[in-house]
Design a protein around this ligand. Structure first.
Ligand SMILES: [Zn+2]
Length: 144
């Protein structure tokens, strides 16, 4: 017996309950019928992030970034590739720190990019600075 997992839809933020065995089965949202995993990071604002953080049973991997930040832009394809590899074991999220200044303040994001892992509604680990793909893989492998 395994308990159902709560997975928050990246399109409509509907909360879906899924048996863990169905995660890899290209599940669709019960509310909007969209795919629950798209193999790409989802950009969230503060309100939407709060819902994902409070309702999601899978780890959230967050890239705090800004459009004017060159290292952030360089890191974006690395982060996207990681999303394609690790979904549905984790949800990959991008937070624009200029738009979500409250989140940046709450989590003391003082340099970008900053990567953070959230589990059970709490920040579990974080890292400042962009990583090359292989180092990102190693960092993620130890955390999700
Ligand atoms: Zn949906």
């Amino acid at each position: 017996m395994s308990e159902a997992l709560h997975v928050v839809c990246p399109h409509c933020d509907g909360v879906n309950r899924l048996p863990p065995a169905r995660l890899a089965d290209a599940p669709k949202c019960g509310r909007c019928k969209g795919p629950l995993f798209t193999g790409a990071p989802v950009a969230l604002d503060e309100g939407r992030f709060a819902k994902h953080l409070s309702k999601s049973d899978i780890p959230l991997i967050v890239d705090f970034w800004a459009a004017w930040c060159g290292p952030c832009r360089a890191f974006a394809p690395v982060f996207k590739a990681a999303a394609a590899r690790h979904e549905p074991r984790a949800r990959f999220i991008k937070i624009d720190v200029d738009a979500a200044q409250g989140l940046a303040a709450r989590y003391n994001v003082s340099s970008i990019p900053t990567l953070a892992v959230f589990k059970g509604g709490q920040i579990a680990d974080r890292l400042a600075g962009a990583l090359p793909g292989q180092q990102l893989e190693a960092w993620l492998a130890a955390r999700i």
